[in-house]
Design a protein around this ligand. Structure first.
Ligand code: CP3
Length: 355
């Protein structure tokens, strides 16, 4: 039995259908800016303990929905669950970020990596998806997600975060065949992972290509976009009679919007560096657009936040196919009140564009 969705603004906007006001959610909406998140995380032990406990992962997924009238929930997990399941040994240390105990630097390392199966290798993620869908009870749709192969590869080759991606880029330029084998294994794994999330109940998918924008145009096509295209082609298109839309978010991808919009996705996620009206002019109504307020504006005054929301809505203009979001994740020390100002402003100020 399918529970009927009580709020389907987000899914309607993804399909370019009319809505009463612009739907809104925030990347990283479950996170450290919320005191209740920090409390649950402390109960869990560490960040990965939280991800691996479906009941607690569900609890933190729902926390921002208790506070704000958000139009979508996003699975609480991380993009680095795939490399962790491949055996690289992921840990998160406060102040350091993600670290792998093993890195990938040779053909032998790549040969040793398994292709990940969704349900059998990452069952805790699917359990979280099922628990969240059950607890949501149709309030809003649930977004599943994965990292792009290139973004995952940077963490695996670098062993963690990096400023210049020197090791990953050197592998791509010195040993392109090797890098392609790594990206192929990751793409297969991402397809399996996302399809398992859909089977478990995810109603839309986002691919986070956080580091694609660090590449040259040619390298972006070869090492990032090409693989996202293959992934989209391999995804389940429909579940229970509902389409499963895919959002591609390449941070710093503004120069390549047309190519991203041609990837087979239903929505392009925009960071804040591009004007959303200009983005719409370039790609028309072919796909929906998601974004794109600079998350740093959440530190400014309530009136500055409302002004910026109004500016972005005016730039997009009338018509369908806009999902409001930040241009990247909300940062840890934003005040929860300001996040509320942002979300309410989107609903209030957008209504007149939908009459
Ligand atoms: O959006 C959501 O609320 C869903 C949960 C989510 C998290 N990470 C939780 C998280 C999602 C969608 C991600 C994606 C993710 N993870 C990305 C792509 C999106 C982006 O922000 O660019 C990347 C690059 C990662 C890898 C990652 N995870 C890093 C680099 C870090 C450490 C940096 C930091 O913010 O501390 C994480 C940890 C992480 N993932 C946290 C959360 C809430 C903070 C961990 C904590 O509680 O200390």
């Amino acid at each position: 039995m399918m529970t009927e969705l009580k709020n389907d603004r987000f899914l309607r906007a993804l399909q370019g259908q009319p809505v009463d006001c612009t739907p809104v959610w925030m990347m990283r909406q479950a996170g450290r800016y919320l005191p209740e998140y920090k409390a649950t995380r402390a109960t869990a032990g560490g960040f990965m303990d939280l991800c691996k406990n479906p009941q607690l992962a569900c609890e933190v997924t729902l926390q921002p929905l208790e506070r704000y009238p958000l139009d979508a929930a996003i699975l609480f997990s991380d993009i680095l669950t795939i490399p962790d399941a491949m055996g690289l040994g992921l840990t998160f240390e406060t102040g350091v970020g993600p670290r792998f105990s093993k890195t990938v630097s040779s053909q032998t390392d790549i040969d040793a990596l398994p292709v990940i199966q969704g349900e059998s290798d990452l069952g805790y993620v699917m359990d979280a998806v099922r628990t969240i869908r059950h607890e949501l009870n149709g309030r809003v749709p649930l977004i599943g997600f994965s990292g792009s192969p290139w973004t995952l590869a940077t963490y695996m080759v670098e062993g963690g975060s990096s400023k210049d991606f020197r090791r990953a880029k050197v592998m791509a330029y010195n040993e392109p065949a090797q890098m392609h084998q790594l990206l192929d294994k990751l793409s297969q794994s991402v397809i399996n992972y996302l399809n398992a999330q859909v089977e478990a109940g995810a109603q839309a998918l986002q691919i986070f290509d956080t580091w694609g924008g660090a590449l040259s145009e040619a390298a972006y096509e070869e090492f990032s976009l090409g693989y996202m295209r293959k992934i989209i082609a391999g995804l389940i298109k429909e579940k229970d009679g509902q389409p499963i839309p895919v959002i591609v978010f390449t941070k710093n991808g503004g120069l390549w919007l047309e190519a991203i919009a041609d990837s087979g996705c239903q929505c392009v996620g925009l960071d804040w560096t591009i004007d959303i009206g200009k983005a719409r002019q370039r790609i028309g109504d072919k796909v929906a657009l998601q974004g794109n307020m600079d998350p740093t504006i959440l530190y400014a005054s309530a009136s500055a936040i409302r002004d910026e929301v109004a500016r972005i809505l005016a730039s997009f203009g009338r018509g369908n196919g806009h999902i409001f979001n930040l241009g990247h994740g909300i940062t840890p020390d934003v005040s929860p009140e300001n996040a509320g100002v942002f979300i309410n402003a989107v609903h209030e100020l957008s209504a007149s564009y939908h009459q």
